[in-house]
Design a protein around this ligand. Structure first.
Ligand SMILES: [Fe+2]
Length: 208
C-alpha cells in the first residue's frame, strides 16, 4: 500500500461532500446491498465529483482504465476481505479517500493476496494458529475486535498476517493498494462520536 499525504484539496473534499448531499436520496444512484450495511452513493460521469476522481486516477493510471467510484457511508466496519473477484472486470487497485481526520480510525492492509473472498474463507478455515507465530501486534494498536479470531484463545488472525500498513484517516491524504490484498476497517463503533464513517472509494480495473 502507498499513502499520499496532503494531495486532496479542501475544494475537492467539499465537492465530494456536496455530491453526497445532493445524491444520497437518489434511489438510482445508491447501492445498499452490502454486508456491513454501508451505502455507496455512486459518482458517475457528468458530475463535478467525477472530474475530481479522474484527476486523482490520472496521478497513477492511464486514461483507458475502468473506474467505479462511490461516496461510501459505513455504519459498521468491514471484516477482512479483498476487493477483487473472479469476473473479467475484477478491480485491480483500490483508492481510499477518507472524509474524516482521526488517527484512531482507518483501515489495515496486509500483504496476503486472494483472488476472491471465497479463497480467503478457505484460508481462514484451515488457519493453523497453533503452529504459527504472531508477526505483529496490530490488533493491540487498533480496534480490530470485529475481525477473525481463534475461538480457543481469542488470538486475532490479523496479528499472524504480514502487515503491509495501517492507514490512519486524515483529510487530504489517500491510500492506494492492490485490490487482491487482504484488508479491513478499523472498528470505530467504540467512539460515540461516530454513527458512521465516510470515505470515497475508487476501484480501478486495468485491462489485461
Ligand atoms: Fe475493501
Amino acid at each position: 500500500m502507498q499513502v499520499f499525504q496532503n494531495k486532496i484539496s479542501n475544494t475537492t473534499l467539499d465537492i465530494f461532500r456536496k455530491h453526497h448531499e445532493m445524491f444520497a436520496n437518489d434511489e438510482a444512484l445508491n447501492e445498499k446491498h452490502y454486508g456491513a450495511g454501508e451505502v455507496k452513493t455512486l459518482i458517475k460521469k457528468g458530475t463535478l465529483a467525477y472530474e475530481e476522481i479522474i484527476k486523482i486516477c490520472n496521478n497513477h493510471f492511464s486514461e483507458d482504465v475502468r473506474m467505479y467510484a462511490a461516496y461510501q457511508r459505513q455504519v459498521a466496519p468491514t471484516e477482512l476481505h479483498v476487493d477483487s473477484n473472479d469476473d473479467d472486470d475484477s478491480p485491480s487497485h483500490t483508492i481510499c479517500i477518507p472524509m474524516h481526520t482521526d488517527p484512531r480510525i482507518g483501515s489495515v492492509i496486509f500483504k496476503e493476496k486472494f483472488q476472491t473472498n471465497e479463497d480467503f474463507r478457505s484460508f481462514l478455515q484451515d488457519f493453523p494458529y497453533e503452529s504459527r507465530k504472531k508477526l505483529s501486534n496490530i490488533s493491540e494498536r487498533y480496534d480490530l475486535g470485529h475481525t477473525a479470531y481463534n475461538y480457543k484463545n481469542n488470538d486475532r488472525l490479523a496479528d499472524f498476517l504480514q502487515l503491509d500498513g495501517a492507514f490512519e484517516y486524515k483529510l487530504g491524504d489517500y491510500m492506494l493498494f492492490e485490490a487482491d490484498q487482504l484488508h479491513s476497517s478499523i472498528d470505530f463503533r467504540s467512539y460515540p462520536e461516530y454513527e458512521y464513517k465516510d470515505l470515497v472509494q475508487i476501484h480501478i480495473t486495468v485491462k489485461k
